[in-house]
Design a protein around this ligand. Sequence first.
Ligand SMILES: Cc1cc2nc3c(=O)[nH]c(=O)nc-3n(C[C@H](O)[C@H](O)[C@H](O)COP(=O)(O)OP(=O)(O)OC[C@H]3O[C@@H](n4cnc5c(N)ncnc54)[C@H](O)[C@@H]3O)c2cc1C
Length: 431
Amino acid sequence: MAQGIDRGRTGLPGGKPKYSIFSLARNAASYHQDWQRAWRAPEPKKEYDAIIIGGGGHGLATAYYLASVHGMTNIAVVEKGWLGGGNTGRNTTIIRSNYMWDESAAIYDHALKLWEGLTQDLNFNLMFSQRGVLTIAHSWGELREMSRRVHAIRLNGIDSDVLTPEEIKEKVPLINIDQSIRYPVMGGFLQKRGGTARHDAVAWGYARAADDLGVDIIQNCEVTGMIRNGGAIAGVETTRGTIKAKKVGVVVAGHCSVLGEMADIRLPIASRPLQALVSEPIKPELDTVIMSNAVHMYISQSDKGEMVLGAGVDKYNSYAQRGSFPVPEHMIAAAVELFPILSRLRMLRHWGGIVDTCPDASPIISKTDVKGLYFNCGWGTGGFKATPGSGHVFADLIANDRPNNIAAPYALDRFQTGLLIDEHGAAGVAH
Ligand SMILES: Cc1cc2nc3c(=O)[nH]c(=O)nc-3n(C[C@H](O)[C@H](O)[C@H](O)COP(=O)(O)OP(=O)(O)OC[C@H]3O[C@@H](n4cnc5c(N)ncnc54)[C@H](O)[C@@H]3O)c2cc1C
């Protein structure tokens, strides 16, 4: 477990009964009728010290760390739908920290260190599995670029190993390394500490632990406007009435431009559909996550046995939470060449989410010109992996009204200074 990170008051300090093998056995005896609600359903108060807009993983993590690390417990998370109903519950759950630039290494590895121990911190089984993430290359050019990236990643103290096609075949027997296919496997690099987690559990775990510390989690409550007092934020208008607060954090992923507009802030964000699908479940066959940036395909096997496949981003802006057919069609055609057994599987579900993409493929964690109003967005196709780190540094920004060293490079002013963090190469899906 990571040293030197203030992980907060861990293990449900507020008084909720702990989840354990003993509580499971006790509740089995009463036919599971006596479980306590995981979180309350409070009416919104008239005023809070801080409001977090967006009940996805990032918003709930922010609220949890505000309460557990910074002692701010008079706060609310306001969610227009249900917890995790946005991208948190729609993603393919890949976690890794093998990004190229120092700024990215700092935030994504901060997150990975928090993941390693989060189940214990939250007393909630997140099914965090460090099964390794293997990124494959399909051309000499890609392979050379990959080697350069591996050196940069290692210089930041992050694990990364180059694998030959034969080593890949040994690790992933299902893969086809025949060099005559359209996307031949020329090599790859592996982050052994990478892996997956159960996405819903992340939202539920943070929600339960935040509620335990007194955070009000208010679902079915859409923010429809921002209230300003001169140059400062004073609260929000919602479908359940006006709620006042001198600090408001906006963490709404694909809808951040909509919320920005409410505060007269124009964000450099394009919101686009990203699609994924799962097959019918089969017996355990794949114990590593495989990514191909050239194909825009990533695949893993869920604990239920489904093959989870992610596709590339659609090239048009949308809020419709669905994408076009050619994108998954292209991905499946290449995936079947790489993993021939996929041709025998039936597709079970297919869905889309709206991701918030920044011009430099890096997020925004920032104060704004409106005092007390903060934005955390732009995580695009890859923000699930950052959930704990993002919440941790965003809570710090909101509590102290200044970014810490990890968050500082992600301020909005980088689009004026030109100090961009170009991570297009490391984003699993180009955008
Ligand atoms: C198909 C797909 C696959 C992906 N795969 C991966 C992956 O493998 N690994 C990875 O790291 N990332 C992945 N991502 C990206 C990842 O899912 C997101 O970056 C991350 O989940 C964003 O979390 P969030 O909490 O910011 O957003 P969300 O979970 O979307 O939460 C934002 C919440 O804000 C709410 N909201 C919006 N407007 C309002 C309003 N006006 N008032 C109140 N509430 C509002 C929404 O209802 C939503 O619940 C994927 C995304 C998709 C769509």
